[in-house]
Ligand binder design. Sequence first.
Ligand code: V47
Length: 337
Amino acid sequence: MVELYNLDLFELGKRASEIREKLYGRKIFFNINRHINPSNICKDVCKFCAFSAHRKNPNPYTLTIEECVEIAKEVYLKGAKEVHIVSAHNPEVGYEYYMNIVKSIKKTLPDIHIKAFTAAEVNFLSEISGKRYEKVLDDMIEAGVDSMPGGGAEIFDEGIRNKICKGKVSSEDWLKIHELWHKRGKKSNATMLFGHIENRYHRIDHMIRLKKLQDKTGGFNSFIPLVYQKKNNFLNVKDFLTGVEILKTVAISRIILDNIPHIKAYWPTFTLNLALVAGEYGADDIDGTIQRESIQSSAGADSRNGLDMEELIFQIKDAGFIPVLRDSLYNEIKVYK
Ligand code: V47
């Protein structure tokens, strides 16, 4: 399948657009969301990460549970439908801290969708508590988690994974955790971090492993290829991907992952302009307003303060697409004709 990369960009775009347009026409989905990153203190040392507190980012913080609830309350009143909670793996705060953030937000705002905890966090929570993955996931559901984000997948190839994020959840366990989550009738997303030391074969291998799991469970809502941001981290990548390689990867993901409904061009790692161009290469979603973003912006992305909704709608329309406000599970809330 790696031969797909040898096709001309426009041919790939044509094939991917056919799939995308059959499903959604010219629609581009977005939501009103807020990212909450409760702590940047991490027991893991992923070389690509500029968010966690280390010598390139010597500003450790841990939000209190009350602070997390306040953030959620504030954005809910401004129309947010979702909070996306992803934390570093902070061994100082304990299992209950993570669960109580969710419990407290859900208690205060029962209507807000809580997308929380990557499979890497589930693995970390299992390690610190001695609980099996099944129990951690059941506790998350009981606390009020509605869906799981797709982070922590990075690149599944074990050789590359060992070089960029040794010690973090294994590829096998990442997939197992999502399988267990889907078995509980819940949805999740899947990411792929690319543009660092991996090559085209590793990307295709990553997509195929996801495709196989999706055939089994049908639980993934969207695939999110995250473009590696190179500042303030320890990976020391000199070359950056070309726009052509990024767009080819988006198109190929749309073609290979024909069993995952949505392809998300996550604008913080693409830039909004390229995310909109990716709409012509198979992507149908650009995430949302985000409002505050710490993981990619720490590594150089221009996403610290999110995007204004009016601006997002204007830009989507200006690029020739139909903006569709969606909820976290892709139900349409409003179509902006
Ligand atoms: O897994 C870390 C990535 C991810 C860098 O599910 C980096 O809807 C680029 O999971 N350059 C966390 N990426 C973010 C995440 C996510 C984001 C948007 C939407 C969804 C969703 C999930 O951030 C990590 C890692 O792959 N990341 N450092 C970096 N330097």
